[in-house]
Design a protein around this ligand. Structure first.
Ligand code: IMP
Length: 178
């Protein structure tokens, strides 16, 4: 594993992102929607940097099988608990890759008539984009490498690493070098 973005850099960038978001909506209750499970640490750290009123909810979609390539298929696994109608919604995503997941999510949320809808992503693999979507707030643009840590997984492993790390794959076993 090679550290791509350290825990300290993530924390520093989160403070800036929180300020930018709060500056756009100084008075509103910000309703954060975390996309499980990769965005959990990002959402909870970001929430604690946002002053004022904050509420949150989670939903879960599947866009990947057990490998590292998108199937392009998005399926809702867990719906929201509460209505977002009239709320200032901030969708919190771990990583924007092909953009297919976000495209699906934006259509899903827009139908529910939030007052405002914004997207914050920690990581953006911009060169991999297929769908025509963008985040309103981006932590870091990263190269096209498979990353784990700070919530991101490889087959449900490595989510608990504090830094964002690049996985190096063994061409013989097709598994990660650890
Ligand atoms: P997209 O639909 O291709 O944009 O994929 C978004 C989702 O794919 C993210 O929410 C992640 O769960 C997963 N994903 C994409 N790239 C990576 C990666 O490098 N590491 C771990 N998960 C990834």
């Amino acid at each position: 594993m090679r550290v791509l973005i350290s825990d300290a850099r993530i924390k520093a960038r989160l403070k800036q992102l929180a300020k930018e978001i709060r500056r756009e909506f100084p008075e509103d209750t910000l309703h954060l929607i975390g996309v499980l499970k990769g965005s959990v640490f990002f959402l909870t750290d970001l929430a604690r940097q946002l002053g004022g009123e904050v509420s949150f909810d989670f939903l879960s979609v599947s866009s990947y099988g057990q490998g590292t390539d998108s199937t392009g298929e998005v399926k809702l696994i867990k719906d929201l608990d509460v209505s977002i109608e009239g709320k200032t919604v901030i969708v919190v995503e771990d990583i924007l890759d092909t953009g297919l997941t976000l495209k699906y999510l934006l259509r899903f949320f827009e139908e529910k008539k939030p007052k405002h809808l914004r997207v914050v992503v920690l990581l953006d693999k911009a060169e991999r984009r297929i769908a025509d979507v963008h985040a309103d707030y981006t932590g870091f643009v990263i190269p096209n490498e498979f990353v784990v840590g700070y919530g991101l997984d490889f087959d449900e492993r490595y989510r608990n690493l504090p830094d964002v790390c690049v996985v190096q794959f063994d061409s013989k076993t097709n598994g990660p070098f650890v």
